[in-house]
Design a protein around this ligand. Sequence first.
Ligand SMILES: [Zn+2]
Length: 202
Amino acid sequence: MKAQDYPPPVRELIARLKRMPGVGTRGAERHALWFLQHGRADARALAAALMAAADEVTPCPRCGFFASNGELCTACSDPARDNSLLCVVEQPTDVLPIERCGTFRGLYHCLGGKISALDNVLPEDLAVAQLLERVRELPGCEVILAISSDVEGEVTALYLAEQLAVLDCRVTRLAQGMPAGAGLSQADAITLTRAFEGRKGI
Ligand SMILES: [Zn+2]
């Protein structure tokens, strides 16, 4: 006798949910059952939101932050932004805590990671050439390196400072006070605001 199990579509749904970060077997099962019990409207709304996010969200062609349909992001297309300030972050998600603290009104550049011998990430794998190109187009600007303070972050910051030294710009680094070894996403708004205000030239 075969033991009872969920029908194949539910098993497939559970398997898909389980692949998401932070969702274990029990969590995936609970979410799948929630959809089954809440009828079609919620399931269809989630499916539509997933499809829209997958189809429409593209990296901003200038800075790499999240944008829609190949267009510039809201910061790059905002004429009120201060284009003499360029804040370099590792990942697009690092932009959000900075935006939420409301101190910084300049532009961003997302590197796409940091130089790492361990993970075999070289400068060529990051958006470094694009950064240098942007700085050439913004003579006299300040480039703020908002990169994490772990070993790989330090290596990346020093490499960028070296590359930027020959260009017409001032290079600064966020002040200490950021949690050691931590990324921007772990910083609270006050720490981040102070880190921006106390940034130093490198
Ligand atoms: Zn942008």
